[in-house]
Design a protein around this ligand. Structure first.
Ligand code: BTN
Length: 263
C-alpha cells in the first residue's frame, strides 16, 4: 500500500480532529473499510479513523459498488463500543444524524439535508452520502469491533444509482470545499452524538433521526431482497429497524432494503 502522505485532501492544512481520534490518512486504498478492518484485526483502538483520497474498490450496501474518485470524502472508523451486537446498528443512525449536522455547518443554507432509511443522507432529495456498517465478532459471538464506513459526494456523484444521486458542489456548496473540512466537521459532530448515545441511549438519536427525515408518516415503497412492499413509514425501532404500517393495518419490521417515498 502507498505510504500515507501528510494529508490527501487538503495539502495546505492537515485536518484537526479531536483527540478521541487517531487518523490514518491514505492516498489510495481498495476500500477504507478493508483497511479499517485490517487495522482492527491487529488491535487498532476505538476511534481509529481511516481516510483516503480515493478508493479503487469502494463498496456500498447490498453488495453494490461505491465509485470513489478523488474529490469526495471516504472514511472508515474503528469503533469498539461496549454494547451488545444487537445495538451496533444504532451507531449507523448516530453517524447519519452527525453527518446531517456536519453538512448543515459547511453547506449553504439553501441546501436541504435530510435522512433516508437506513443511513443515507439526501441533499435536495438526492443521495449525497451513504454509510456502510460492518461488524467484527469475537470468538464468543460478541462485538469485537464495528467498522463504520462513510462516503460523501462532495465533487462527484454517480450518474446511475439505485436512488438518484447528487454532490454537494452540484447543489451549490462552495467550490473550495475540501474533504478535509467536511472530515473535521463530521468528526466533531459524531463525537458529540456518540457521547449522547453512550450517556442517554438510542432514544435521543432516534428522535434526532426522525426529525431530520421526511419519511415518517409518508407512503413508501420498500424494495426488499426478495419482494417489494408498500405502506406508511411509521417509526424506527430500538434496533434501527423500520416499522412499516401495511394497508391491512399490520406492522412489518424491515431490517434490509431500499426505501422510496411515494408522495
Ligand atoms: C451505501 O451503499 O450507501 C453505503 C456507501 C458506503 C461507502 C463508504 S466510502 C468509505 C467506506 N469504504 C467503502 O468501501 N465503503 C464505505
Amino acid at each position: 500500500m502507498t505510504p500515507p502522505p501528510a494529508d490527501p485532501g487538503s495539502p495546505a492544512r492537515p485536518p484537526k480532529l479531536p483527540p478521541a481520534y487517531r487518523l490514518v490518512a491514505l492516498d489510495s486504498v481498495t476500500s477504507t473499510n478493508d483497511e479499517a478492518r485490517r487495522l482492527a484485526g491487529e488491535g487498532a483502538e476505538d476511534g481509529t479513523l481511516v481516510w483516503a483520497r480515493e478508493q479503487t474498490a469502494g463498496r456500498g450496501r447490498l453488495g453494490r459498488d461505491w465509485r470513489s474518485p478523488p474529490g469526495n470524502l471516504y472514511l472508515s472508523l474503528v469503533l469498539r463500543p461496549e454494547r451488545p451486537v444487537a445495538e451496533a446498528a444504532q451507531l449507523g443512525f448516530v453517524a447519519a444524524v452527525a453527518l446531517c449536522d456536519a453538512l448543515g455547518s459547511v453547506a449553504p443554507p439553501l441546501i436541504e439535508v435530510t435522512l433516508k432509511w437506513p443511513n443515507d443522507v439526501l441533499v435536495n432529495d438526492r443521495k449525497a452520502a451513504g454509510i456502510l456498517l460492518e461488524t467484527m465478532l469475537d470468538t464468543q459471538g460478541g462485538l469485537a469491533a464495528l467498522i463504520l464506513g462513510m462516503g460523501v459526494n462532495i465533487a462527484h456523484y454517480p450518474e446511475e444509482s439505485a436512488h438518484p444521486a447528487t454532490s454537494l458542489k452540484f447543489e451549490g456548496a462552495r467550490r473550495d470545499l475540501e474533504p478535509a473540512e467536511l472530515l473535521e466537521a463530521f468528526a466533531r459532530h459524531f463525537l458529540a452524538w456518540v457521547n449522547r448515545w453512550l450517556e442517554d441511549g438510542f432514544e435521543p438519536v432516534r428522535r434526532g433521526w426522525l426529525n431530520r427525515s421526511k419519511a415518517p408518516g409518508s407512503a413508501v415503497e420498500v424494495r426488499l431482497p426478495d419482494r417489494t412492499v408498500q405502506g406508511t413509514f411509521e417509526d424506527l425501532d430500538a434496533a434501527g429497524g423500520l416499522r412499516l404500517r401495511l394497508a391491512d393495518g399490520r406492522v412489518e419490521r424491515i431490517t434490509v432494503g431500499d426505501v422510496f417515498r411515494l408522495e
